[in-house]
Design a binder for this molecule. Structure first.
Ligand SMILES: [Fe+2]
Length: 372
């Protein structure tokens, strides 16, 4: 079965579809003859990277140059860079901003919109952006936590207000140690005694600073205060048995990403191993389940070995966790492909056989080329 990326022009609203529509893994979403009746429905199909069955639409096949292309991103990279620039100033020089609250809320809103509209591409950036950006580690980390927290809260069906508050907390939870966080990410030796004390105090200091900056949202403040408290009361700063859900989301996201993405001093482990470790450490809870479902065993940005022996990078999660859409980047003959080839992993020839260590992939990966 050949799949072609569905395009807006392929579908006439309120008319029977002349072809079946599938997800990128080939699972049927809409059978031939069914009707898409609203622009909203169509947009949802386009957003999830829906494909059409080429055999049922030969006319479309002739007009389309690629068999399956990655979901369009409409400038996710540029949008993330815009938020990054704003956050640099907000987190490094917070007192210079007279409208600090509104500006953080605006960044939170931008990130939430990007993550909702293009979740796979956003996760790709989240997974692949960490390794080479230690100079602005604290900003990258804040954005990663905010995006992952938003996606989990969305999966848990929290209200828009609850999600907004959570994302603002994620962006500002370490605001009292923005510079120190960057130093810690780059230094190879363990934290000194003063650094350890600053780490211990940073939730309290962050809340004090946020209150000075006119943050009045009590959920935002409490989440920041408790984001290192744990259910077993072994966290800090107060050793509370944390039961405040937004704080628990931030704690779990932070712990998971430290393993799945890694730090300068800590090698990343494979996403499926990180998932298993995280489940063992955090136990059975709706938040843990949401995190595991959101990232899946092959989150976008993961390098994988295909049955053909080629190496690919995951572009989008599929309806089945083990059958995502993959772009082949190194052929079975070991040749780097300047034009990555999308592969349907439901096809046995391109089934995923295992994960490839990112350090073994010595080729440049540009999301803007993978998600045109
Ligand atoms: Fe923190």
């Amino acid at each position: 079965m050949t799949l072609l990326a569905l395009q807006e022009a392929h579908v006439r609203l309120n008319e029977p579809l002349p072809f079946g529509v599938c997800d990128s893994a080939g699972n049927l979403l809409l059978a031939r003859g069914m009707i898409v009746s609203t622009e909203d429905q169509l947009q949802r199909l386009l957003d999830r990277g829906a494909c059409l069955r080429a055999e049922e639409a030969p006319g479309f096949a002739e007009k389309t140059s690629h068999a399956v292309v990655a979901p369009k991103t409409n400038g996710v990279s540029a949008a993330l860079r815009g938020v990054q620039q704003k956050l640099m100033s907000l987190l490094f020089e917070p007192t210079a901003h007279s409208k600090f609250c509104a500006e953080v809320a605006s960044c939170a809103s931008d990130l939430s919109r990007i993550a909702t509209t293009h979740p796979d591409c956003t996760l790709f950036h989240l997974i692949r952006s960490a390794a080479h950006e230690h100079a602005i580690y604290s900003i990258t980390h804040a954005i990663q936590t905010a995006i992952a927290s938003h996606l989990i809260a969305q999966r848990l069906r929290w209200s828009a207000e609850e999600r907004a508050s959570l994302v603002c907390s994620a962006l500002t939870m370490n605001i009292s140690m923005t510079r120190l966080q960057g130093d810690l990410a780059a230094q190879l030796e363990p934290p000194s005694a003063p650094q350890r004390q600053a780490i211990q105090d940073h939730p309290t200091r962050s809340v004090e600073l946020l209150e000075k900056l006119a943050v009045r949202d009590q959920d935002w403040l409490r989440t920041v205060l408790e984001h290192h408290e744990t259910p077993d009361a072994k966290g800090y700063p107060r050793g509370l048995a944390c039961c405040f859900e937004p704080a628990e989301v931030l704690r779990q996201v932070d712990a998971f990403m430290a393993q799945a993405i890694g730090r300068v001093t800590r090698e990343a482990i494979y996403p499926n191993e990180a998932m298993r470790e995280h489940f063992l450490a955090s136990g059975r809870s709706p938040i843990t389940a949401a995190l595991i479902k959101e990232f899946g065993i092959y989150p976008p940005g993961t390098f994988v070995r295909l049955a053909s022996t080629a190496v690919g990078v995951v572009l989008a999660r599929g309806a089945e966790a083990n059958k995502p859409l993959v772009a082949e980047i190194i052929s079975q003959h070991g040749i780097f492909l300047t034009c990555p080839v999308p592969r349907i992993t439901a096809n046995p020839e391109f089934a995923i056989c295992g994960i490839v260590n990112a350090k073994a992939v010595l080729v440049p990966i540009n999301p803007d080329e993978l998600y045109p």
